[in-house]
Design a protein around this ligand. Sequence first.
Ligand code: ASC
Length: 127
Amino acid sequence: QFAKAKDAQEYREAAMTLMASHFGRMLPVVKGQVPYDKEKIKENVAILNVLATLPWAGFAPGSEGGKAKDDVWLDPDGFKQAQDKFHASMKKLTTAADAGDYDAFRVAFGDVAKSCKSCHDSYRQKK
Ligand code: ASC
């Protein structure tokens, strides 16, 4: 529950900012610029799994605006499908991270990135 539309917008944007941080900090490992540390990646993915539960409540009825397109509210089924895709991709990332499987981790990371991008393309305002 949010008192004002702006509160909901700030909440979801703050959650996305933290997700971007915890996702983005794994990129150097994916690129092979930083050695793969199974425990660190596992811990980071676990945090990301908690963060991944947060933004959606922020897209509350009546909180249109911010960086979101109106399509979030006009096409709730499509928006939910995009969330489901993201959560499914996160599950694969978690499995790979827990197994300490670097190759599977890299593939799964790419799939999560794709799900981020496709949802943003459909439901986030272009700058
Ligand atoms: C990120 C981030 C996103 C996604 C997207 C993937 O690190 O902040 O929004 O990945 O760029 O293509």
